[in-house]
Design a binder for this molecule. Sequence first.
Ligand SMILES: Nc1nc2c(c(=O)[nH]1)N[C@H]1C(S)=C(S)[C@@H](COP(=O)(O)O)O[C@H]1N2
Ligand SMILES: [Mo]
Length: 423
Amino acid sequence: MPERMPKELEPAGGNGLLHRRLFLKGGAAALGAGSLGLMTAAQAKERPPWMRAPGRALSGYGSRSPYEDHVQRRPLSAKGTDGAGGSWTPLEALEGMITPNPLHFERHHSGIPNIDPGRHRLLIHGLVKRDLFFDMDALSRYPMVSRTQFIECSGNSYLAGLPEQPVNATCGELHGLVACSEWTGVPLSILLDEAGVDPAAQWILAEGADAAAMSRSVPLAKAMDDALLAIYQNGERLRPDNGYPVRLFLPGYEGNMSVKWLRRIKVTAAPAMTRDETAKYSDLMPDGRTLLFTFPMDVKSVITSPAPGLELAGPGLYQISGMAWSGLGRIAKVEVSADRGATWAEAALSEPVLDKAVTRFRMAWRWNGSPSVIMSRAMDETGATQPTRDALIAAKGRKFAYHYNAIQAWGIDGAGHVANVYA
Ligand SMILES: Nc1nc2c(c(=O)[nH]1)N[C@H]1C(S)=C(S)[C@@H](COP(=O)(O)O)O[C@H]1N2
Ligand SMILES: [Mo]
């Protein structure tokens, strides 16, 4: 320890948590990371192999470094040949707030249709003055908006906390059914206004062009508020995996409602009570009632580094980094604990902090090498906070599978191995 400790390195919580000001105004120099190994003059003169000949040629479509090929989505066990399944985003390998398109999680009920955009059509009908029928060219002529927002499958995370014993899996396998992109497309309200919605209308039914013709009912109020017909994802056309050539995108609502490969919107007086909003995406409560239409995704956070799938190399200073998001609005605060929840300190939030987007948080931690339990808890601008696992199970029982948002604890053993634990 230096004699005069810079104030950035003052403890903010138990077991080595340091003050978030380390990440707020250039305090990170106090970490002294740049002095870990000094280059000698002889080493500086030596040229690595990639400096001795020109590099490879240009390409029409970029690819990542082969050294990063191990960063992959993890497919859920395949369920037969009907294309039903999903794959998780490897959260522990990523940083920032945006999910790269090729690593955006997937969830399909009947595989990925190979849609020819020239033959794809979108119909708007039902309780409207006039039916509208679009091809992609016509749709693309309407004014577009861009929004950076998350999408999360409501089945995300239940594996992390509902089984009797903690499941041993990576951070991405436990929480990776969430991704955040810049979505660009046409506000649905523009098209509904053009179609002329009947005053009796209260809902819409959205239907996909996959073999499952997956369909969900959406309240008209949401459709008129911020629903988007998304055509671009992080600047390029949607990937087939994520709904090419057009998907419905409903900010903050459970991912299942953001119907991919969108082909039909029917304006209705009542919800259609489709399979996906009755048999599925509904939750059995301890008192025997079933919750239907649980739309917004609740406030959640998870530490992505250190996290299962990564190892700590030994005692020293670490950057705790994680993601927080809420379907109700902006993230207001994230707190981190390094002593199993005995003490908590506020993490630094990385700008920008956007409505219904993933917010990156950071915290400095001096790990002394002894077994530790680290956790994060987020609060959104409505004041909603993450429950403990015990509190969530006390309220909702164990028979639910959707909207699991309890505080996640990671256990770190003396060898630096990180695992899912119940705190
Ligand atoms: N047409 C159609 N839309 C769909 C699905 C589907 O199987 N078919 N899966 C839904 C589910 S359950 C989720 S969580 C999200 C996943 O979106 P993503 O695959 O782009 O991540 O899409 C939703 N939209
Ligand atoms: Mo989902």
